[in-house]
Design a protein around this ligand. Structure first.
Ligand SMILES: Cc1cc2nc3c(=O)[nH]c(=O)nc-3n(C[C@H](O)[C@H](O)[C@H](O)COP(=O)(O)OP(=O)(O)OC[C@H]3O[C@@H](n4cnc5c(N)ncnc54)[C@H](O)[C@@H]3O)c2cc1C
Length: 399
């Protein structure tokens, strides 16, 4: 197969616009096709971007614009339901270990910058199917339009259509046993001085930060056996969920209940089931390839889904710069699979701690202080956070 000159990127979330900008830098002309009518349409909730994700954004020169929409987090403080400090980690230099931001802001900044650089973005273009004829790919969209390019990049998230074209038997994402909630609170709680507090409560997990200006951001993971979509969770109603959450955290000696009392029900973000999808068995077939959540969704507990999506998008562009399509896809998978598998496995362990039943909880609370001390040693986290992509290094073909 020859080198790619044009690409259709399906999905204008995080991986999509990053891939398009990186491909442009690599000399490949990309068009982004996004199902929603606008970049931030219907997107709620916040996320934390890790230093490795920002490093990867630095390769395409958009890290500063993303930092500008984020709130820096200088450390993470793990606490038990008694309020006891289990562990704290941060950079010795005091540099932020993460930036938290609204997902909608991140989508908007990435898409706006891609458009400013001349990347064509088609909104309202939902991929229905695609045909690989050996020389190129023809994509068909729900609105009846078609488009062709040398390759098709599936950046269409955890429920990827492209994944089902690459591998119809690929396993679907699974429910972690946790539901996600979050938002702002008007509660008057002392500043956490740049720290994000992570509380392994008796019955659920609670996290909060209080900025120096008094603004309180929080999220909670509530154990729930049955899978629930965001729509199903919303149908239950914000007031009812807030009542449930207050009851669940009532026995914990942290300000969770106080924070939840200050939440405006109209502003409660209800994500529904938090899902995990270990790296799909196949990431590419012919001229189609997967990036981001379409290929691997390590679950929100990893704090790495977005950062891994960004790293993968940049690496894919490097590979396509240096190699013909088939060798480029193989090299891309070779560069990425082990890392995302390791991150997904670590997140699955965290999810088990968050959803621990009564017996597991006692064990967890006993071993956690030691475990946390080991897990949060700076050298234990360096492999995730200090990761840097050498854009200029030539990518060799896998032998
Ligand atoms: C509650 C929650 C909290 C999270 N917190 C964090 C966190 O703190 N840190 C972190 O790093 N990650 C976090 N994540 C994970 C992170 O959001 C994802 O890993 C990241 O969004 C993946 O980016 P992506 O571009 O691959 O997919 P997405 O961001 O999901 O984007 C996919 C895009 O594809 C579009 N699309 C879908 N189907 C089609 C189609 N057929 N045709 C055209 N377009 C299509 C969608 O509309 C969407 O815009 C969290 C996730 C959740 C649910």
């Amino acid at each position: 197969m020859s080198t790619a000159r044009t690409a259709l990127v399906v999905g204008g979330g995080i991986a999509g616009p990053v891939a398009a900008m990186a491909l442009q830098k690599a000399g490949v002309e990309a068009t982004v096709c996004e199902a929603h009518p606008s970049s931030a349409d219907g997107v709620g909730g916040g996320l934390g971007l890790a230093p490795n994700g920002l490093n990867a954004l630095g390769v395409i020169g958009i890290d500063e614009a993303v930092r500008d929409i984020g709130i820096p987090v200088s450390s993470m403080l793990m606490r038990s339901w008694t309020g006891k400090r289990l562990a704290e980690f941060g950079e010795p230099s005091g540099a932020p270990i993460m930036y938290t931001m609204w997902r909608s802001d991140l989508y908007r900044v990435l898409c706006d910058e891609a458009a400013r650089r001349g990347v064509r973005i088609r909104y309202g273009a939902r991929l229905a199917s695609a045909q690989d004829d050996g020389d190129g790919v023809t994509a068909s969209f729900m609105d009846g339009t078609r488009a062709t390019a040398d390759i098709l990049v599936g950046a269409d998230g955890i429920r990827s259509t492209v994944r089902s074209l690459v591998d119809p038997s690929a396993p679907a994402p699974s429910h972690t046993g946790l539901l996600g909630f979050g938002g702002w609170s008007s509660a008057k709680v002392p500043s956490t001085n740049g720290a994000m507090h992570m509380v392994f409560g008796k019955r659920a997990f609670f996290s909060y930060t209080v900025e120096d200006n008094g603004r309180v951001g929080w999220f909670a993971n509530l154990p729930h056996k049955e899978r629930m979509t965001s729509a199903e969770t919303t149908a239950v109603g914000a007031r009812e969920w807030l009542r449930v959450l207050r009851e669940v955290f009532a026995g914990d000696r942290v300000p969770a209940v106080e924070i939840l009392r200050g939440v405006d029900p109209d502003e409660l973000v209800m994500t529904g089931s938090l899902e995990i999808m270990p790296p799909a068995p196949r990431w590419h077939r012919g001229r189609m390839v997967l990036i981001g959540d379409a290929a691997h969704a390590p679950s929100p507990s990893s704090g790495q889904g977005a950062s891994q999506a960004i790293e993968g998008a940049v690496h894919l562009a490097r590979c396509l710069r240096d190699l013909p399509v088939d060798a480029a896809f193989q090299a891309y998978e070779g560069l990425r699979r082990e890392r995302v598998e390791r991150i997904t496995a670590a997140a699955a362990r965290t999810n088990r701690n968050k959803a621990a039943g009564p017996v597991a909880r006692v064990l967890r609370d006993l071993v956690m202080p030691t475990m946390m001390r080991l897990m949060t040693k700076p050298d234990q986290l360096a492999w995730q956070y200090d990761y840097r992509i050498d854009w200029d290094a030539r990518v060799p073909a896998l032998t």
